[in-house]
Structure formats: C-alpha cells, structure tokens
Design a protein around this ligand. Structure first.
Ligand SMILES: Cc1cc2nc3c(=O)[nH]c(=O)nc-3n(C[C@H](O)[C@H](O)[C@H](O)COP(=O)(O)O)c2cc1C
Length: 349
C-alpha cells in the first residue's frame, strides 16, 4: 500500500473524542441517573459510541468517543439537554484508539453506588464476606492488633498468601472504597484504613519463588499512578517481588515527568503502575494511558514490560488495552510469577 493510502486508511480508523463538564440544573436521584445512563447506553451502542459519565457534587464530566458522526449525533442531543447547564467542552480531538473499549457508557457517581459495608463484599464467597466486613471495620477503627490477628489466624488455618491477598485484603480495600462512596467514612478515614491494611499486609508470608525467577534477578519499578495517594497495591507488590528475588524500586510520583525520570534512571525490566485498590479512579485513565505511551520511548536495554493494577482493573471495568499496558493484574497475588513470565517472553523476540 502506498504511504499516502496507508496514512489515509489509518486516518479513517481514527475516532472522534469529546470531553465536557457541566452543572446539573437540579440534583438527580440515583434512579434518575440510572435511567439516564440506561437510555444513553442503548443509543450510544446503536451509533458505536463508548464513553464514561461521572456525576459528583452536582457536576457532570463525560467523555464520548466513536465514529465522528456518532459522537456528533449524541453531542447535539446532550448539548441541548435541559438537565444540565454551564457546559464547557474540555477537549475535542481525533484519537487513534478508544479509551473506553467495552463501555457503552460507564456511569460512576457517589449517588449511583450507595452500598454499605453490609453488601460491599458482594461477589466474593459468602464464607469470606463476614471476614471482609470485619477486616474493613477493624481498619476503619484503626485496630491493627485485631487486623494482624485475623491474618495470622487465616495463615494458621493454611491460607496461602494468594488467598489472603485475593480473598481478604483486596476485597477489604474495595469494601472501604464503597464505605467512602456511601459517605460512611471520610476520605481521610479511608486513606488511614488503607494504610492499616498495608501494614497488616506486611505480615503475609510469600511462598518461595521458583529458582528460575530467583536467579534471574529481574528488576521492577513499582509505582503508584502519578498523584495517586492510595499505595496499598504497590506496597503489597513490593513485599512479594522482594521475597521472589527481584530487584525492587518503589516510587510515588506526583507527576508523569517524575515517573518517567525514575524510569530513565533505573531502566527496569518491568514497570507496574497502580491505581487505588479502593476506588475506581476512571478519571485517571487518560493520564495513565499517556504515561504508559511516553514510557515506551524511554531508552532501555530491553523493552520494559508494563503492568497496571487497581480496582478499575480488578473489577474488569478496564483492560490493559484500554491504557496501552502489556498486562492488567486483577489481583496482586501471583504477580511476580506472571511478570517474570512476561519479561521472559518479551526477550524471545
Ligand atoms: C449529563 C448528560 C449526559 C448524557 N449522555 C448521553 C449519552 O451519552 N448518550 C445519549 O444518548 N444520551 C445522553 N444524554 C441524554 C440526551 O441529552 C438526550 O436526552 C437523549 O439522547 C435523547 O435525545 P433527543 O432529546 O435528541 O431525542 C445525556 C444527558 C445528560 C444530562
């Protein structure tokens, strides 16, 4: 194919992307929001549009993406909708790929989730739900002794480190996030409770890694996403990768540049970027995609394998492809083994 034709066909695949913010003219109820999102989803799907809609403290933030004529059709309706005003377009551009593959419209709002600790443990084995509620309560009460005792008791019963992470610590972080969403605790309470979990997580003993990984001495940079204050996942990974014999550096960057600088200095075999394990953070996806894209052009001895994690990925709302990563971990459990495998595979080409 001639270069101009190739460029043309690439351009034809580009998608329109529009992000705006606005103010609700009156406070919608949770049912009204759900119904709005339900109708919007059906229409968006019919014209190939995906996106997300956030509602918080009386304000909307929405991204619409898809074929330009589809985005325009939806936008012309949305822009004259009387349910919001002070509409401000934040960006309008063409992009090579979607950010929200698989979401006809992802609705997030403090109103649309109103669970409490009683149903925050939904989706995990019933026998565990009571442990999760108990752990969330201990974490919120700042009761590190009770939390450590719980983990020690489970380990004594033969629980593996993977089970403790996957069935107790990570679901408890999500339960705490839900407690915050339901206004059962303040943001500060949530952050403190997550650090209680982080401390308790140090007591988890990781099984000895296979010799092949131990002797490889792969290196990894464990980072929180730029500006992300919740570092539970990153801290859990640090213990696990260290125990598995990796060279581990950690960073909690406040900007993309800070993270890229660290990457330039260290040139690790792998990079993991963690979003909150408690909250969805869908607003961070655009920044995450950018940092990953830019990390690809940092000179390295071998291409760096990039993984991402956090609640958004654990609950399968977003995928590695959404942000251009090589891997999205749904749990911290087993991450060092999976990453070693990915690094090994990346060297085979
Ligand atoms: C904040 C906000 C976001 C909306 N997002 C969408 C959307 O993504 N897709 C959609 O079809 N309708 C959306 N709607 C509803 C549209 O504004 C409109 O009511 C609906 O598409 C019907 O269009 P029509 O009035 O032109 O028939 C949204 C409304 C509001 C207030």
């Amino acid at each position: 194919m001639a270069r101009t034709e190739k460029l043309q066909s690439e351009q034809d695949n580009w998608i329109g992307c529009l992000t705006y913010q606005s103010t609700a003219t009156s406070k919608p109820s949770a049912a009204e929001l759900r119904s709005l999102a339900h109708q919007a989803r059906t229409r968006n799907r019919s014209v190939g549009v995906t996106g997300m809609l956030l509602f918080e403290e009386g304000r909307f933030l929405q991204t619409l993406e898809g074929p330009p004529e589809g985005v325009e059709a939806i936008w012309s309706s949305v822009a004259r909708d009387q349910r919001h005003s002070e509409i401000e377009v934040l960006s309008r551009h063409m992009a090579p790929a979607r950010l929200f593959t698989g979401w006809d419209l992802f609705l997030s709002s403090k109103l649309s989730h109103a669970p409490d600790l009683a149903d925050a443990a939904a989706g995990i084995p019933p026998a565990m739900a009571k442990h999760v509620r108990k752990a969330a309560r201990h974490a919120l009460d700042g009761d590190d002794i009770a939390l450590n005792a719980m983990i020690a008791a489970l380990a004594e019963q033969g629980w593996t480190s993977a089970a403790v992470l996957n069935l107790l610590i990570e679901p408890t972080a999500r339960a705490l996030g839900d407690a915050w969403l339901a206004d059962d605790c303040s943001e500060l309470d949530l952050t403190i409770a997550l650090s209680m979990l982080q401390l308790a997580g140090h007591a988890v003993r990781y099984e000895t890694a296979p010799q092949a990984i131990r002797s490889s001495r792969y290196s990894i940079l464990l980072a929180t996403a730029p500006g992300e204050p919740h570092m539970l996942g990153t801290a859990l990974l640090a213990d696990q990768f260290t125990d598995a014999g990796w060279e581990v550096e950690m960073t909690f960057p406040d900007s993309e540049e800070a993270l890229l600088n660290q990457l330039r200095a260290q040139r690790p075999d792998a990079l993991d970027i963690g979003l909150s394990d408690a909250l969805f953070r869908q607003q961070s996806l655009i920044g995450l995609r950018s940092v990953i894209e830019h990390s690809r052009s940092v000179p390295a001895n071998h291409p760096t394998v990039v993984s991402v994690g956090g609640r958004l990925f654990a609950e399968a709302a977003a995928t590695a492809a959404t942000v251009g990563a090589d891997h999205a971990r749904t749990t911290a459990a087993g991450a060092s083994v999976r990453m070693a495998e990915l690094v090994r595979q990346s060297r085979q080409f």
